[in-house]
Design a protein around this ligand. Structure first.
Ligand SMILES: [Ca+2]
Ligand SMILES: [Ca+2]
Ligand SMILES: [Ca+2]
Ligand SMILES: [Ca+2]
Length: 586
């Protein structure tokens, strides 16, 4: 009863209701929420979908792009460099932001005019497919970073788009990061929301969303690559849809160059750490809202130096953090944008580093298990990576931007552990599709592989994007794999919205027992490279028909108690839960 009353009285987070939330959080730390009141499975279930009893054993996707409404008209003259998934109108169906490289100079030279390019487009999802929202503001740029997140705590997902800028081009599109406010499903660009740095309006490649100072307002980290100044920025949300540069005040250097970033917690203290790839720099959050840099190499995250012969093409871009071996510690996968097959470099498509825990200084230690895990060198462009269980067998697989055919991304299927290290099946065709990453090249080198279960059948689908349009590119791919049991979970506004929360799944009866752990994920707004993902945690459960669930809220969750924990026992599988009130609540 209490939970529901809070849900109704939270039209907007105000100081006046913080005390109410605090009292709620004190109760939520226990298994039951109130005297006789639990967050029940029934109350929180949004939808149920039994595992598909048909499908292939191999992880397989079917192309449903056109049939779901992403028509040739939508993708024509769109140069896809990233997409983001999120339910922008709170109708329970995921929507899709299709970013574009508008006014891309190499294409202007090929005859494109500023009037030809598509703007960024918002596709509204429903059970009948996607429809382009014609009221979405016309925004043009080289959109690389995309993230949906509720930045003003009103219950609607707002949108951040970061655009990069390159000195080598006579670029007319501005390098800038823009924020659009969502008011009941209607977006409006907020001028001046993002502050400037010495070079530009903080254009960038990738976005991480985190509440680094635990004040209940989501902050942003924008990576800026070496071609546009290399000044990645931490932007503090000061409320009122205004962001100020807090890079230096948070103890971060102002010379962090990078392409991709993860802001997930690597040390287990609940505070999001920053791992920036493209420069391989690692910043550990202290408890006071500042960061300390530790050597990524010393921590075991050893990356190849950029190729001096291809300085504009070879660099790490994708990073995904997830627990691949189910020991409760988040592991790290890194993808490289391009491997120069021409000069004999042998670089794995995806590097995998197992988190071995903390050393005596409290620093995480990683071990490179790429070779042992069976992840091959592919020598082809591979910008994106994500850790997700695509066949719901309980073992997280690894998807990568590298193409295995003209229409499919590589998914390395986990075969489970051998001597504590996951092994992966390599899909046929890896490395056979080559691309030069140059305009006019019609070969396939997709980025990103943005995962989401858009059709609510419990299997993670992907949008597989491509920069250069061709007849096969830019694909919505529906997962057709024979599936184990599954569970996914999201958090409503009354519990902070979810970003930064950690969800752990145990075999029923094993709550909190490491040996019973089936999976652990931190909810985030972005994953990999140029991919915005739903603010949900999705788990494959294998043969488990019921599980125990533990949710740890991040520090400072919107007026809720620090390190609040919510436990749910004996939850039947094959459903999406939204805590505390279900999908109809807040
Ligand atoms: Ca929607
Ligand atoms: Ca904050
Ligand atoms: Ca799997
Ligand atoms: Ca699906």
């Amino acid at each position: 009863m209490m939970v529901k009353s809070i849900g109704r009285t939270l039209p907007r987070l105000t100081a006046g209701i913080v005390m109410m939330c605090l009292s709620f959080a004190a109760i939520a730390g226990a298994t039951t929420l109130a005297d006789g009141t639990q967050i029940s499975v029934k109350q929180t279930t949004c939808w149920v979908s039994r595992p598909a009893d048909s499908g292939t054993q191999k992880i397989t996707f079917s192309d449903v792009t056109d049939q779901e409404g992403i028509t040739d008209q939508v993708t024509k003259d769109r140069f896809g460099h990233g997409v983001a998934w999120g339910d922008v109108n709170n109708d329970g169906s995921l929507d899709l932001l299709l970013g574009t490289f508008a006014n891309y100079d190499p294409l202007v030279k090929l005859g494109y005019t500023s009037g030809t390019f598509k703007p960024d487009q918002l596709a509204i999802g429903s059970a009948d497919g996607f429809t382009i929202d014609k009221t979405f503001p016309k925004t043009f740029g080289w959109t690389s970073g995309l993230a949906f997140a509720d930045l003003d705590n009103d219950g609607d997902k707002d949108l951040v788009l970061s655009r990069n800028q390159e000195e080598a081009y006579d670029q007319t599109a501005p390098g800038e990061t823009i924020a659009l406010r969502n008011d009941a499903g209607s977006f409006e660009k907020v001028p001046g929301a993002i502050s400037s740095n010495s070079r530009n309006n903080i254009g960038g490649r990738s976005i991480a969303v985190l509440d680094y100072n635990a004040d209940g307002l989501l902050d942003l980290f924008i990576t800026q690559d070496r071609f546009e100044g290399g000044q990645s920025s931490l932007l503090r949300n000061k409320g009122g849809f205004q962001f100020v540069d807090a890079t230096a005040s948070a103890g971060l250097p102002t010379n962090i160059e990078g392409f991709g970033v993860s802001a997930k917690d690597l040390t287990g203290d609940g505070h999001g750490d920053l791992y920036v790839v493209g420069s391989n720099r690692l910043f550990i959050a202290k408890e006071d809202g500042t960061f300390r840099e530790i050597g990524a190499k010393a921590a075991g995250l050893v990356r190849p130096a950029p190729d001096p012969d291809r300085p504009r093409a070879d660099f790490d871009t994708g990073v995904s953090v997830g627990d691949v071996n189910r020991d409760g510690r988040p592991d790290v996968a890194v993808a490289e944008h391009y491997s120069s097959s021409s000069n004999g470099r042998k670089i794995p498509a995806v590097s995998l580093y197992l988190n071995k825990g903390l050393n005596s200084k409290g620093n995480p230690i990683f071990k490179d298990v790429t070779t042992t895990a069976g992840l091959p060198s592919v020598a082809a462009k591979n910008g994106d990576v994500n850790i997700n269980d695509y066949n719901n067998d309980g073992w997280p697989d690894i998807a990568a931007g590298v193409a295995v055919s003209r229409t499919r991304p590589a998914v390395f299927r986990s075969l489970g552990l051998t001597n504590g290290v996951p092994r992966y099946a390599v899909p046929a065709g890896v490395g056979e599709i080559k691309g030069t990453a140059e305009p006019g090249d019609q070969s396939h080198h997709g980025l990103p592989v943005a995962a989401a279960d858009y059709n609510k059948d419990g299997r993670l689908d992907v949008f597989y994007d491509f920069l250069f349009t061709n007849e096969d590119g830019q694909l919505l791919l529906r997962n057709q794999t024979g599936s184990g049991h599954w569970l996914s979970l999201s958090l409503g506004r009354a519990l902070g919205g979810g970003i930064g929360a950690k969800v752990s799944i145990y075999r029923a009866g094993g709550l909190g027992t490491p040996k019973a752990l089936i999976g652990q994920r931190e909810i985030a707004a972005t994953d990999g490279y140029t991919a915005g993902v739903p603010d949900e945690a999705h788990f494959g459960l294998g043969a488990n028909t019921a599980v125990d669930v533990r949710v740890k809220l991040p520090p400072g969750t919107r007026g809720l108690a620090t390190h609040g924990v919510i436990d749910l026992r004996n939850v039947p599988s094959d459903r999406h839960l939204r805590l505390p009130n279900g999908c109809g609540g807040t």
